[in-house]
Design a protein around this ligand. Structure first.
Ligand code: AMP
Length: 262
């Protein structure tokens, strides 16, 4: 079946409820567009576990603390739709700002998870994420929703929201997809120069090198490559420990993380 586009909440809810009444399991992949293989791995994971896959494309202004970052966020809807079609995604939901704002929001106590790392450096970011993902869940009523481990803290935030609100949605985390040199794929990578993309491999090298290469030396290596570090932190989530790195290269904000095995 060719990819079908849906633009309104009414249409999407009608569609999803009818599919579910036929016993079909709905997998949902929310994105901000300018899609790449990282997003496609979420679509593929959804296909493994569900009968129908719905992706969404919506760039949410409320999760950007920097208006320049929002305005510079890359867009190519036609290319996105071709890529989704090529990867046999069934539906893409592309709502207008008005459609999104017609949906309710919920307040969730993130119990401090929104105060560290991304939350510390991007005030209000997770409030925006919770707001929009809750709205998209309301519009799509999925059985399962898929999120990348690239945004691991976001994945934890979404799981917390689902638990706090007792939403009947299973959250699945999907491993990070990387460029050949190890740079985590990101829509923002196109804003790097060719040289910057090559230099950005230092982030994954640093993640892989830790703790054999200790914090001070690792930070120096990042700085030598032109990476302006925001944070370099280890956190435990449930049963695993991860090292998280975030910062700027050529003015482009990049984040990455790795599981630390004892
Ligand atoms: P975004 O469009 O950046 O909001 O990302 C949409 C979803 O794709 C989020 O759940 C991201 O974590 C996930 N994602 C983005 N890049 C990657 C990647 N390189 N590998 C795996 N998942 C990713």
């Amino acid at each position: 079946m060719k990819l079908q586009e849906v633009n309104t909440v009414d249409e999407l809810l009608k569609l999803v409820r009818s599919l579910k009444s036929n016993g079909l399991r709905i997998g949902f992949v929310p994105t901000m567009g300018f899609l790449h293989q990282g997003h496609m791995s979420l679509v593929q994971a959804a296909q493994q576990e569900c009968d129908i896959v719905i992706a969404s494309i919506y760039v949410n202004p409320t999760q950007f603390n920097d208006p320049k970052d929002f305005n510079n966020y890359p867009k190519d809807i036609e290319r996105d739709k071709s890529l989704l079609d090529l990867n046999s995604c069934d539906y893409v939901f592309i709502p207008s700002q008005h459609e999104i704002e017609s949906l309710p929001i919920e307040n969730v106590d993130l119990e401090g998870l929104d105060e560290v790392m991304e939350g510390r450096f991007r005030p209000g970011h997770f409030r925006g994420v919770v707001e929009v993902v809750y709205r998209l869940f309301t519009a799509c009523e999925p059985d399962v929703a898929f999120f990348g481990e690239k945004d691991f803290q976001q994945l934890m935030v979404i799981q917390k929201m689902v638990d706090a609100l007792s939403l009947p949605i299973k959250i699945v985390g999907v491993p990070i997809v990387r460029e050949l040199n190890g740079l985590a794929m990101s829509s923002r990578n196109v804003r790097l120069s060719t040289e910057g993309r090559a230099k950005a491999k230092v982030i994954f090298e640093t993640l892989k090198g830790y703790p054999a290469v200790q914090r001070a030396e690792a930070k120096q290596k990042l700085s030598d490559a032109g990476f302006e570090l925001e944070y370099f932190e280890v956190h435990r989530f449930r049963d695993s420990q991860r090292l998280f790195i975030a910062g700027f290269l050529e003015g482009v904000r990049l984040i990455d993380n790795i599981e630390l095995v004892d």
